[in-house]
Design a binder for this molecule. Structure first.
Ligand SMILES: Cc1cc2nc3c(=O)[nH]c(=O)nc-3n(C[C@H](O)[C@H](O)[C@H](O)COP(=O)(O)OP(=O)(O)OC[C@H]3O[C@@H](n4cnc5c(N)ncnc54)[C@H](O)[C@@H]3O)c2cc1C
Length: 381
């Protein structure tokens, strides 16, 4: 808990209890029903989690990003779909408004975030995923408004969100230099959810396709400057990736703890699994992986708190922690033998949940592209 304020440490204890006693018992049901129950979202509101990271001047508690990252990790260890509601609201919606929004936008929307109204980020399109600069959704100026047309896919917090940060082309002739970012209210005429997307993991998280048909938004809803939206997106994802690293860490920790506990109970050949050297080596490798992922993640969060450049650190944390989550989830399942392969235990869910962390907010191939670019740039400078 190094680097956290005393009050943040205290709150994390409440969050640990909330995760253990209220979230974890529902994780299987959340996976099966593909929905995070409203009562858990209400409890996160009551615990002040949505207000935690928002600065005091906008009605929040002004807690650090390092705090938020630990909260996401703890809740993810119980249920990563539940954690994603909070993560999406704060890192994908709150953070860009906070970093680039006008004072009016901050006053209007951040207050609502503190009250538990959920937001999301709509960047990805059917033909623009890793190549985010090739989005086709357009926004055309019409008096004091912009009119948005297009489709966004794989949008998290879809059914829950009251508003989104949406990336659009305001000047398609300029490529990424023609992208702008707007806040769009989900009740704006012409905005609709065209379908729900069903998934192998984080099944409780609502993922949707969004349709924009002549959606009129005030020009004052622009986040950042005209045609400078790509910067907004990229900086948002720098923070977002640390959140995903924390999510991955939570999944890895849960899978690992459950497996180690099992090896201390299960006997074969007359001895506990945990006493066998082959098993101990697996436990050692997993523990070391998790520790390394945790250090990378907390280091990136600390840099974000200190407003230090952390593109490389954020990508490294996301890349490593998500690979660790997948390795650890697979090896943990292995330690349960045949029982791990059944739906009677959580091991298979951890494996399914872990996979997404290598894909969203930039696939791990893209993280490698980013890390290499940063390393080479540093060497040249
Ligand atoms: C459950 C879920 C939730 C999501 N939530 C959101 C959200 O809230 N908001 C949002 O905007 N988006 C969201 N996404 C979208 C997500 O960020 C994209 O799916 C992801 O960035 C990859 O884009 P793509 O799916 O189009 O894959 P593609 O870009 O088509 O990639 C396909 C494959 O090619 C590889 N590849 C692509 N380019 C390169 C390259 N240059 N070098 C090497 N390999 C490369 C990729 O790594 C991948 O393996 C979500 C996705 C999922 C599945």
């Amino acid at each position: 808990m190094e680097g956290l304020r005393d009050e943040e440490k205290d709150v994390l204890q409440y969050i640990e209890r909330f995760a253990r006693e209220e979230v974890k018992p529902l994780a299987r049901e959340i996976d099966l029903k593909e929905e995070v129950p409203q009562k858990l979202i209400d409890r996160m509101k009551e615990l002040g989690l949505f207000a935690s990271y928002i600065p005091k001047e906008y009605g929040g508690y002004g807690m650090s990003f390092s705090f938020l990252v630990r909260a996401i990790e703890i809740i993810s260890s119980a249920c990563p779909s539940t954690a994603l509601v909070l993560d999406g609201a704060l890192t994908l919606f709150g953070e860009p408004v906070l970093m680039f929004g006008s004072e009016d936008l901050k006053k209007k929307y951040l207050k609502r975030v503190t009250e538990g109204e959920i937001g999301g980020l709509a960047l990805t399109e059917p033909s623009a995923g890793s190549d985010a600069a090739s989005i086709k959704t357009t926004a055309v100026k019409d008096g004091d408004n912009y009119v948005i047309n297009g489709t966004k896919i794989f949008i998290s917090n879809g059914r829950l969100a009251k508003f989104y940060v949406v990336d659009v082309m305001t000047d398609p002739s300029k490529g990424y230099k023609g992208i702008s970012t707007f806040v769009v209210d989900a009740d704006t005429p012409g905005f609709s959810i065209s379908r729900d997307i069903h998934k192998m993991g984080i099944r409780g998280s609502s993922t949707v396709e969004l349709l924009f048909e002549n959606v009129k938004v005030p020009a004052s809803n622009m986040v950042g400057k005209l045609n400078e939206g790509f910067k907004v997106v990229m900086e948002t994802l720098d923070a977002g990736r640390i959140g995903i690293a924390a999510q991955a860490l939570g999944i890895a920790q849960a899978a690992f703890s459950e497996a180690v506990e099992y090896t201390n109970q299960r006997k074969q050949f007359g001895q506990l699994l945990s006493s066998m050297e082959g098993v101990q080596f697996m436990i050692s490798d997993m523990a070391t992986d998790i520790e390394a992922a945790r250090l990378l993640t907390y280091n990136a969060a600390k840099k974000w708190d200190m407003h230090e450049p952390c593109i490389k650190e954020s990508s490294m944390a996301k890349l490593f922690a998500s690979d660790v989550a997948n390795r650890v989830a697979t090896e943990s399942l292995q330690l349960f033998g045949g029982y791990g392969y059944t739906v009677d235990l959580d091991a298979e869910r951890h494996m399914r949940d872990a996979k997404i962390t290598q894909i969203y907010e930039g696939t791990n191939q893209i993280q490698r592209v980013i890390i290499a670019r940063e390393v080479i740039r540093e060497l040249k400078s």
